[in-house]
Design a protein around this ligand. Structure first.
Ligand code: LRH
Ligand code: MN
Ligand code: MN
Length: 424
């Protein structure tokens, strides 16, 4: 299924008068409105290839209908999202869940939908069929060199696929760790992992980045070999200037101050990118902004502060990816909601009066500082994000149009009711 321009135009036309009224009201209070709109338009968020089917838990999976059956259909799905919101112009591939067998054709298809390839992800947390050595006791940390070499080889293969697609970064997330005290020699596990990452790093093309993603727990529950931002930063620092820390919002212990982590990583030039999602307990992978939207705003507030301090380009200097997938919603609707939540938090953070905030901080005026942040957070920025979409040729209300056009029903007609996408 493909969205036609006239369908978007008709939808926008029907909502235009009301939108203009709301936009003018909000825009009136924003001094640098054109700058804000231009930044919102430029900001693109990569969609993970593993989130286009219904996610599961270890207790079961309830497959949706009309799920994409191939990488080509996943790209078509992201094309639909991008046509609706003009904010999802990138895909992040997980290999071997999605192997681009014919990279040239895949690249052309993606380009037709205005989609580029963001970070490629390696997978040494599952055993694949025909794989020689098992990752049951880890991959790069493994006590057996043959297992470590196999994991290194896989990462090199992922870089190879990424190069063919025009990607310029690899995300390495390791599930390595231990489940019980005494199982692992922490020092040796770290050194083996560092050695493996160094070999992968050595194979990076000049313009590539490596993102080292950390996670506090799961699937290992006693120790994780890349368990927090300190450990990730240690690896990234030892590896060199092309290695960065990747922050997945769900990968912290409860109540972690993620915005402070972000600020310091940025200061150290070691923040590489993001996996956006939301959670109440652990790595819940829920829709972005569904549980803690204020935290998301505070993170964006630090991102903008830190990126502006270093003269960075908000849209292109960090990797922005969603990493959310779950059991109960239509994955495409869910992704539309996640992208919208990210853009709303970004828009709110763009409205923070930085000069006044700095002054309040300088004067230790704590009350005023809080007022300034919350004034931005409590602004209804939905009309600003909608206006940016309108100017980019997208839908004023992507979710409404998605439902009105019965996109899922069309996809079920094309693909059938019983289809299962690859992924978690
Ligand atoms: C691990 C993780 C990591 C994986 C993805 C599927 O929890 O966040 O980024 O690649 O989930
Ligand atoms: Mn992740
Ligand atoms: Mn995760």
């Amino acid at each position: 299924m493909q969205l036609e321009k006239y369908q978007v135009d008709e939808h926008n036309q029907s909502l235009l008068a009301e939108h203009k009224r709301r936009f003018e009201f909000t825009a009136h209070g924003v001094a640098n409105i054109e700058d804000v709109l231009q930044k919102l338009t430029a900001f693109q968020i990569a969609i993970p290839s593993w989130a286009l089917g219904t996610g599961g838990t270890r207790f079961g999976r309830f497959a949706g209908a009309g799920e994409p059956r191939s990488l080509e259909e996943k790209i078509e799905d992201i094309g639909l999202l991008h046509a609706l919101n003009k904010s999802s112009g990138a895909i992040s591939l997980h290999i071997p869940w999605d192997i681009p067998k014919n990279a040239d054709a895949i690249k052309i298809l993606a380009a037709q939908h205005g989609i580029r390839f963001d970070a490629v992800n390696s997978n040494t947390f599952q055993d694949q069929k025909d794989q020689k050595h098992s990752y049951k006791f880890g991959s790069l940390q493994h006590v057996n060199k043959a297992v470590r070499d196999q994991a290194i080889e896989h990462n090199l293969e992922v870089i190879h696929y990424g190069k063919a697609l025009g990607s310029d970064s690899i995300t390495v997330w390791l599930s390595d760790g231990s489940c019980f005290p005494g199982q692992l020699n922490f020092r040796k596990a770290f050194q083996h992992t560092l050695d493996g990452l160094q070999q992968v790093y050595a194979a990076l093309p000049d313009n590539w980045k490596m993102f080292v993603e950390y996670k506090a727990f799961e699937p290992n529950f006693y120790s994780m070999t890349v368990g927090d931002w300190g450990q990730s930063l240690l690896y990234a620092s030892k590896l060199g200037p092309k290695a960065y820390t990747l922050v997945d919002l769900g990968h912290h212990l409860p109540n972690a101050n993620i915005e402070q982590i972000v600020s310091l990583l940025l200061m150290e030039k070691k923040l590489g990118g993001f996996h956006f999602n939301d959670s109440k307990y652990g790595d819940d992978d829920l829709t972005v902004g569904s549980i803690r939207p204020y935290q998301l705003f505070l993170i964006f507030n630090e991102l903008i502060e830190g990126m502006d301090a270093r003269g960075m380009n908000h849209a292109t200097d960090l990797g922005w990816m969603i990493d959310a997938s779950h059991n109960v919603k239509d994955p495409l609707e869910d992704l539309l909601q996640s992208v919208e939540a990210i853009k709303l938090a970004y828009a709110q953070a763009l409205l923070v009066n930085r000069r006044e905030l700095e002054q309040a901080q300088q004067e230790n005026d704590v009350t005023r500082a809080q007022e300034i942040l919350q004034a931005a957070y409590r602004t209804d920025v939905r009309p600003l994000v909608a206006e940016a979409r309108l100017r980019a040729g997208a839908a004023l209300q992507p979710l409404t149009l998605f439902r009105k056009l019965k996109v899922r029903t069309e996809l079920v007609k094309e693909r059938g009711a019983k289809t299962v996408a690859t992924g978690l």
